[in-house]
Design a protein around this ligand. Structure first.
Ligand code: ADP
Length: 176
């Protein structure tokens, strides 16, 4: 392994959005080996199961053109993030930061994590201008009410989200 820099990009990814994919692709310029850590996050009552979220990200990652050869792995985790980071041998946690809304939560979490292990750095990538307002939570809400989510998520994810909402009986207005 030598001095290969391993980074973890943790999240719930329920579902993965264009904003997440932008961070994944840009993170490959920062680290040599990127682990996308998919959190069980039962507290958030995700729409998609852990296995589904992992599979959805893997599908999108496999379509990415990753010219510089950074290795990308998608791994679920249910333990404390810092323990997961230690298990995969990472020295960096990557997070995306949308204007204003994410700051306080991310600031607190980074500070807590630094207290738990100060040899791991949290690095923030600013959300790209055209992805600033994309959030999984809103994507689900818009889809639920029959809105068009195609500019927020990849085509395949749109299809799966609508299908899932239909299956769970959550599609209030079915205009898809
Ligand atoms: P979590 O439950 O950990 O907040 P999310 O899946 O909501 O998980 O987000 C994972 C990470 O991706 C977080 O750092 C979040 O700020 C970031 N993120 C989410 N949406 C975007 C976006 N549109 N652009 C950039 N970063 C984003």
């Amino acid at each position: 392994m030598g001095d290969r820099r391993i980074g973890v990009y943790p999240g719930t990814f329920d579902p993965v959005t264009n904003g997440h994919m932008d961070i994944i692709s840009r993170a490959t310029r920062v680290v040599d080996h990127l682990v996308v850590g998919v959190a069980v996050n039962a507290g958030k009552e995700p729409l998609f199961s852990l296995a589904e979220r992992v599979e959805m990200i893997e599908g999108q990652v496999s379509r990415m053109t990753n010219g510089d050869g950074t290795k990308i792995e998608v791994i679920p985790f249910s333990q404390l993030l810092m323990n997961f980071v230690g298990e995969v041998g990472a020295k960096v946690i990557l997070r995306g930061l949308r204007a204003v809304s994410d700051f306080e939560y991310e600031f607190q979490m980074a500070a807590m994590n630094a207290r738990l292990n100060d040899r791991v750095e949290t690095v923030f990538l600013m959300a790209s201008e055209n992805h600033q307002f994309i959030a999984s939570r809103f994507v689900k809400e818009v889809a639920r009410l029959g809105g068009d989510i195609r500019s927020f998520v990849p085509k395949e994810i749109e299809r799966m989200t609508v299908k899932k909402l239909r299956e769970t009986g959550d599609l209030v207005i079915d205009e898809h």
